[in-house]
Design a binder for this molecule. Structure first.
Ligand code: NOJ
Length: 482
């Protein structure tokens, strides 16, 4: 039987976590960049959605080569976002509303400007005479760069400004553990852990072999040419994960393991959850979705995710109506769901800025929040760091006033998910329809693009589309069958 203490510790089992991309949430000082006081000011919005927690994308000091994922001090706040006092105020205000807060922990690499890179070169991975192997960096190009100062080559799984830490060196585990304890002592509730599949590489740094079959997750074409066999996702990744678990105690650890669902087991031995990236990248058809969801449910620790700051926005991938169906899916599957800011408005990709900021092309996925139709969309009184979205999507204020809005749908879905039973069963369904049971509720999502008559009967609790008869539907529907 669950004790009260277990329930408190497992608060995340059915949680909805809202991802805040701080740079694009709310600016309060007119510099065009979102900040921590802005998040505190907008907590009402997050709270009214009915979510359980927020995940803050990195707020640490960073030169910005990867906008916060290149950290120079893991235990401080970048002045662009405010101060550590601003952080404490945000944490206190979130907790006062019953909202938990997850930090984004970046343990696999640092910024090349992190003091460790010079003071502790032994914490990184080096090769004396040129690249040690054929590994490729996730954003393209070789995974090795020459350090002009020492003349040696260092490994970087991402941008050259992000040298990889050597997790085979126990000092690294110690140093990152200290960082985790720093944030836990302030009261944070857990961590989303960046790039966990990159923590441990092959000890002998062997070449990755040519790929013989497609990887089920998106990779840049030049990266997809190789099988990621030795450059990450190693069988002994548990040595690093044990250290993270040790430092975290009972706090929530959500791993960003960019691997197929079938490979998640090794991560789930130590972490509470891992994202199900196969769902995010699944072809939008009922068969593939059913297959991916079935396997993820079996894995026992998948956190559902349909979008984040790295990939094209949901509404641009599946269309405006499709995005409403996707919301239904995300929020009625069993287990925790992560929702990226702006998706609750059905926001599509934004415009590319004239001078791109992210060298990996992800600016359009990070467009600032449109709070209202005033100047700066209520996001800033200054010049926004990225172009604002046009009026093709209603602002928060517009959607607040409209019962049929996507925002209203998200709120209804989050309320409704609390009533769904624990069980989960995929059902046989007409072609193009994905359907499953959650206790007394039946959920059907039509992804065929055609109107289809559903064979089930029951009371319609919620429908995502405007159809007069949701059972003769081109959209998604929740029924009670009891
Ligand atoms: C995954 C993060 O989500 C992404 O934004 C970042 O570029 C890489 N990890 C490297 O930290």
């Amino acid at each position: 039987m669950d004790t009260e203490a277990d329930t408190a510790r497992d608060w995340w089992r059915d949680a909805v976590v809202y991802q805040v991309y701080p740079r694009s949430f709310q600016d309060t000082d007119g510099d065009g960049t979102g900040d921590l006081p802005g998040i505190t000011r907008r907590l009402d919005h997050i709270d009214r959605l009915g979510v359980d927690a927020l995940w803050l994308s990195p707020i640490y000091p960073s030169p910005g080569a990867d906008l916060g994922y290149d950290v120079t001090d893991h235990a401080a706040v970048d002045p662009a976002f405010g101060t550590i006092d601003d952080f404490d105020r945000l944490l206190e205000a979130a907790h006062a509303r019953g909202l938990r807060v997850l930090m984004d922990l970046v343990p696999s690499h640092t910024s090349i400007e992190h003091p460790w890179f010079r003071a502790h070169p032994e914490r990184y991975i080096w090769s004396d005479d040129g690249p040690a192997n054929n590994w490729r960096a996730a954003f393209g190009g070789p995974a090795w760069s020459r350090d002009p100062e020492s003349g040696r080559w260092y490994l970087h799984s991402f941008f050259p400004e992000q040298p990889d830490l050597d997790w085979r060196n126990p000092d690294v585990a110690e140093a990152i553990g200290a960082v985790m304890r720093f944030w836990l002592a302030r009261g944070v509730d857990g961590f989303r852990v960046d790039a966990v599949d990159r923590l441990i590489k092959d000890e002998r740094l062997r070449d990755d072999p040519p790929a013989t079959r497609p990887f089920p997750l998106y990779l840049r074409p030049e990266v997809a040419e190789l099988e990621l066999r030795y450059s990450g996702d190693r069988p002994d990744v548990g040595t690093a994960l044990t250290a993270l678990r040790h430092a975290a105690g009972d706090a929530l650890l959500v791993g960003e393991a960019y691997v197929p669902t079938a490979r998640l087991e090794a991560y789930l031995e130590h972490l509470d959850l891992t994202f199900c990236f196969e769902l995010l990248h699944a072809a939008w058809n009922a068969d593939r979705l059913g297959e991916v969801i079935g396997a993820a449910v079996e894995s026992g620790g998948c956190a559902w995710i349909l979008s984040n700051h790295d990939f094209p926005r949901l509404a641009s991938r599946v269309g405006t109506e499709g995005a409403r169906g996707a919301a239904l899916l995300l929020l009625t599957l069993p287990g925790p769901a992560f929702l990226f800011q702006g998706d609750e408005l059905g926001m599509p990709n934004g415009a590319e800025p004239a001078a791109p900021i992210d060298r990996a092309g992800r600016d359009p996925f990070r467009t600032p929040m449109p709070w209202d139709s005033g100047p700066g969309a209520g996001f800033t009184t200054g010049l926004p760091w990225l172009p604002l979205i046009g009026d093709e999507v209603g602002s928060v204020a517009d959607q607040e006033a409209d019962e049929g809005s996507t925002l209203a749908l998200y709120r209804r879905l989050i309320r409704l998910r609390r009533e769904l039973g624990r069980g989960f069963q995929l059902l046989d369904a007409p072609e193009g329809v994905l359907a499953y049971e959650r206790g007394d509720h039946l959920i059907a999502m039509n992804v065929s693009g055609e109107r289809t008559a559903l064979p089930w009967r029951g009371d319609v609790v919620l429908a995502t589309g405007p159809e007069p008869d949701p059972l003769e539907t081109g959209a998604g529907v929740v029924l009670t069958t009891a």
